[in-house]
Design a protein around this ligand. Structure first.
Ligand code: SAH
Ligand code: SF4
Ligand code: F3S
Length: 479
């Protein structure tokens, strides 16, 4: 692969945005003094961890502008939707929510409404918003996230919809302020974009080409996070296995994993997502040797039929996938495996679908993310023809869920009576009396404990097993 000149946004462009952040802060401070009430922002995030990580950047910029945060749109001064377009239902939800804000905007004319993220990188969507959703004040895309302060300042001064979309392969932006979701686990993007163009997928069109951050920037960020007390780091990218291919220095994902493993004080490392075509023996070896890399792998296979895999442009076969899984299982005892599966891809027959079930039965994944195929505008699969009806696809989808639920429960039953290391994340949302955390293999564990345990690693003996979670008791010596 030829090395592209990597475009890094120059520091003075970022400084310009920081100056605007300060100007907005002065303006907000003035308003707060006058009104005696805080300025409140609300961010709603759809889609994958990449979007969650982007929202943390938006939150960082907003915090520096003097905003506090709310989850109640009635009291918000600013509402931002960070959108996803990977499937149609994600887009429909956004349109529904934006439409519903029209009345709120009429009642509270000072309210500012913004939409950003992947959905905005599609021309037909932006056109639709301009035409039908005139109460929206700001629209910006994935490549212009760092210019949000500039967009917001304009929107504060003007009455028209401020639009900032860039159609580019993308670039790297370092040093945007960040306000993270929690204090125990953190996401760190190691690369952006995707070059794979799976025939059903919109991501390469809205996130640009693969570009890797410099290893030094990544390690500096992680070192800083660990010094702040973060215990677990998840390395993010659409296809982390191709990390480094566009860099001038000789480095691949396995090398990076080893460097992260050596960061002093780091307890747990995870990464997502991996593409089967790029998983190397070197990476499997690195995973098994690095003591802080968790025994967990998310490896989407999408479909079991070689015909469908070929139509999807996935560049591996069912046999190759199963071979990788055997190697991973052999090298990493007790590894938890998860995957993404698409049901009802155009051209998929019931016989093809049986191949998907065959993979699921052979591998025995701990859990699956399952999707019914959704045609995406501008992708090659959009033009391909269906063999199965909607009802047949739905029936196959249900069959797959039923089989997987049985397998997930069976996998969890293997934990019964075992002592596992849990990184405690906080109180359970469903039951505030109970603490919750995860095993190294990513299993949710609920248990009774005390507040001091939050953010620490403790041992729990599992005494209750369900399909989606485990429960247990803290082992005596940790009490
Ligand atoms: N880069 C990651 C994840 C991409 S999106 C990867 O390659 O695995 C997450 C998942 O959404 C995909 O793995 C796929 O299973 C699903 N997906 C993507 N496009 C889709 C579509 N058009 N219809 C249904 N599911 C889709
Ligand atoms: Fe989409 Fe395929 Fe890229 Fe994943 S690897 S983001 S599924 S194109
Ligand atoms: Fe969705 Fe964009 Fe992620 S389309 S899945 S939010 S990269």
């Amino acid at each position: 692969m030829s090395k592209r000149e990597k475009i890094i946004i120059p520091a003075d462009e970022i400084n310009k945005q920081k100056e605007i952040i300060n100007r907005i802060k002065q303006r907000n401070d003035f308003d707060i003094q006058r009104s005696g009430r805080n300025k409140l922002a609300m961010i709603v995030t759809y889609g994958c961890q990449q979007n969650e990580n982007d929202s943390e950047r938006l939150r960082g910029m907003l915090r520096d502008m003097g905003y506090h945060f709310t989850e109640d749109k009635e009291e918000a001064d600013l509402i931002l939707y960070n959108t996803c377009c990977v499937r149609e239902n994600a887009e429909l939800k956004v349109f529904g929510n934006i439409g519903a804000l029209k009345h709120l905007k009429t009642r509270k004319p000072h309210l500012l409404i913004g939409i950003c993220g992947c959905m905005m990188q599609q021309e037909h969507i932006v056109k639709q918003i301009k035409k039908k959703y005139k109460h929206v004040d700001m629209v910006f895309g994935t490549h212009t996230l760092y210019r949000f302060p500039e967009v917001l300042e304009k929107a504060m001064n003007e009455t028209y919809t401020v639009i900032d979309i860039l159609n580019t392969d993308g670039y790297i932006v370092e040093d945007i302020p960040i306000h993270r979701e929690g204090s125990v686990k953190a996401w760190v993007s190691i690369m952006y974009g995707c070059n794979n163009f799976c025939s059903y997928c919109i991501v390469p069109y809205v996130r640009g080409r693969e570009r890797s951050r410099n290893p030094k920037d990544i390690i500096d960020e992680i070192t800083q996070l660990v010094s702040e007390g973060y215990k677990e780091i998840t390395l993010l990218g659409q296809n982390v296995n191709s990390y480094g291919k566009d860099l001038n220095e000789e480095i691949d994902f396995a090398d990076l994993l080893k460097m992260v493993n050596d960061v002093s004080g780091i307890k747990r490392i995870r990464f997502m997502t991996s593409h089967p075509k790029d998983i190397s023996d070197k990476l499997i070896k690195a995973m098994s040797e690095c003591e802080n890399v968790c025994e967990q792998l998310h490896l989407p296979f999408q479909a079991g039929s070689n015909k469908v895999l070929d139509m999807m442009n996935r560049k591996y076969t069912k046999e190759k996938y199963l071979e990788i899984i055997s190697k991973v299982k052999a090298a990493i005892p007790g590894v938890a495996l998860t995957s993404d599966v698409i049901v009802g891809f155009p051209g998929e027959t019931n016989e093809d679908f049986e191949e998907t079930l065959d993979v699921i039965r052979q591998v025995e994944f701990d859990s699956l993310f399952t999707f019914i195929y959704s045609p995406r505008k501008g992708t090659p699969a959009e033009k391909m023809e269906d063999v199965l009806s909607k009802e047949e696809k739905q029936a196959n989808f249900q069959k797959l869920l039923d089989i997987q639920n049985e397998i997930s429960l069976k996998k969890n039953q293997q934990y019964m009576g075992r002592i596992v290391e849990v990184l405690v994340e906080g109180y359970s949302k469903n039951n505030p009396e109970v603490l919750t955390g995860r095993t190294r293999t990513g299993k949710i564990v609920n248990f009774v404990g005390n507040e001091k345990m939050i953010g620490t690693l403790i041992n729990v003996r599992i005494n209750e097993v369900q399909t989606w979670s485990l429960a247990g008791q803290v082992v005596e010596e940790d009490l």
